[in-house]
Write a protein that binds this ligand. Structure first.
Ligand code: PNS
Length: 163
């Protein structure tokens, strides 16, 4: 695993939120390149399919040379090995994230000891934000325009045919 200056930021991105963008921007201060890796888990039902999730990311980060949008299926560590990248980036919003993130980081390390996980703390204004809540608020008729990029807001509108 060689590419020292790159990190993978894996996630479901269903959909991308301003919280993810905050983490990516922080990641770019430390890493030369961030590979945003969208998970395709056949066992999971997503609101947006893999193409839509990637498309929204690409439309937000399209012009950024240091950001690559990719996807993976299966184990994250196998994807990292394929990409020859040894660093995982994740965001830690609150103590409630800690337990699951700690477990994932240690499990990934157990499977592949050469992998390190780096956590970034998002702006406190995003500490409450999650893709799950964005979807719930939107489905129940709330506004999410301040929580997601414009393209995601538009895609949500399209999906639910709301004006
Ligand atoms: O955005 P999410 O849903 O919090 O991201 C979770 C993700 C994609 C990082 C995690 O589910 C993952 O890495 N899945 C890939 C399968 C895998 O490697 N599982 C073992 C992790 S210990």
């Amino acid at each position: 695993m060689h590419e020292h200056n790159a990190a993978v930021y894996p996630g479901s991105y269903d959909p991308l939120t301003n919280g993810h963008i905050d983490i990516i921007e922080r990641g770019l201060k430390i890493f030369g390149k961030i590979v945003v890796a969208v998970l395709k888990n056949p066992a999971k039902t997503y609101l947006f399919d893999l193409d839509e999730r990637q498309e929204m990311l690409r439309s937000v980060f399209g012009g950024e040379k240091r950001i690559e949008v990719d996807h993976f299926e299966g184990l994250l560590v196998d994807y990292l090995k394929r990409r020859k990248i040894a660093t995982v980036v994740r965001g830690l919003r609150a103590i409630s994230d800690f337990e699951i993130e700690f477990q994932m980081a240690l499990m990934n390390r157990k499977i592949e000891p050469r992998i390190e996980t780096i956590f970034f703390v998002p702006s406190e204004s995003y500490s409450f934000l999650s893709s799950k809540l964005v979807k719930e608020i939107y489905m129940l008729g709330g506004e999410v325009g301040s929580m997601v990029p414009g393209i995601v807001d538009a895609k949500l509108k399209e999906k639910f045919r709301r004006r």
